[in-house]
Design a protein around this ligand. Structure first.
Ligand code: HEC
Length: 214
């Protein structure tokens, strides 16, 4: 009996000594590693084997996750956090174009910063057609195949309300495409501030002065 205890104690001593000097970060032998490292599903991946079917007590079979998606579709109408600005409550109709013109105001001040950013974005996105000075003489127009857009210093654009411009930049207008996916709402308003400097009427245009108060 005494022998057994001695043996046990010397065994313990060996284990204690031999475990010294090991890498402190080494967890040693892990028992049931699944408990530490869970099998996570990648949110955007599609896994066929996550489809399951169960039969309820009435004998009806339900297929769970039939589309094999790990992440559920957001509920229809869901707005991503911080993207409320992207909601554009106007339909692409002539009536809503008028309504946008009457209701929407540029929420940004025409600060130097906003104008500089508006200029930068304008030069990247708009000059091919509208031209550097907004005269409607961009490179695409110069070979005569593309009808020139209206000059920004024409009466037509001068009297176009900011809200109408925002509507047209968002939806596009006839030959001009939509910039909704390339310019954020803030960027669209910055460009509009810059357009106003090109059209020589940085102040509110004529038809937005009759706006009903919201
Ligand atoms: C492919 C050529 C093209 C590009 C690029 C383009 N436009 Fe236009 N734009 C046009 C044409 C053409 C019109 C005239 C549309 C009409 O009234 O038929 C127009 C009209 C407009 C109008 C007047 C809209 C209205 O409601 O009457 C604004 C404002 C405008 N563009 C701003 C921009 C801005 C800002 C950009 C860059 C982000 C841009 N455009 C890029 C071709 C272009």
């Amino acid at each position: 009996m005494k022998h057994t205890i001695k043996l046990f104690l010397s065994g313990l001593a060996i284990v204690a000594v031999s475990s010294c000097g090991r890498d402190a970060n080494d967890p040693g032998i892990e028992y049931a590693p699944d408990m530490y490292v869970s099998k996570g599903y990648e949110p955007y991946s599609q896994l066929a084997d996550v489809t399951r079917s169960i039969t309820d007590e009435n004998g009806k079979t339900w297929v769970i996750n039939s589309d094999g998606k790990n992440m559920r579709e957001p509920v229809k109408g869901t707005i991503a956090r911080g993207q409320l600005d992207y909601v554009f409550p106007y339909a692409k109709t002539p009536e809503d174009y008028e309504r946008a013109g009457a209701e929407l105001k540029n929420p940004l001040a025409a600060t130097e910063e906003n104008l500089a950013e508006g200029k930068r974005l304008y030069e990247i996105n708009c000059t091919p057609c509208h031209g550097t000075n907004g005269k409607g003489d961009g490179t695409i127009v110069q070979d005569g195949k593309y009808p020139p857009p209206p000059s920004y210093d024409s009466d037509r654009i001068k009297t176009t309300a900011d809200g109408k411009m925002y509507f047209s930049i968002t939806y596009g207008k006839n030959l001009m495409g939509s910039y909704a996916s390339s310019l954020s709402p803030t960027e669209r308003w910055q460009v509009i501030h810059y357009i106003r400097t090109l059209s020589g009427n940085a102040a509110a245009p004529a038809d937005s002065t009759t706006v009903p108060k919201q």
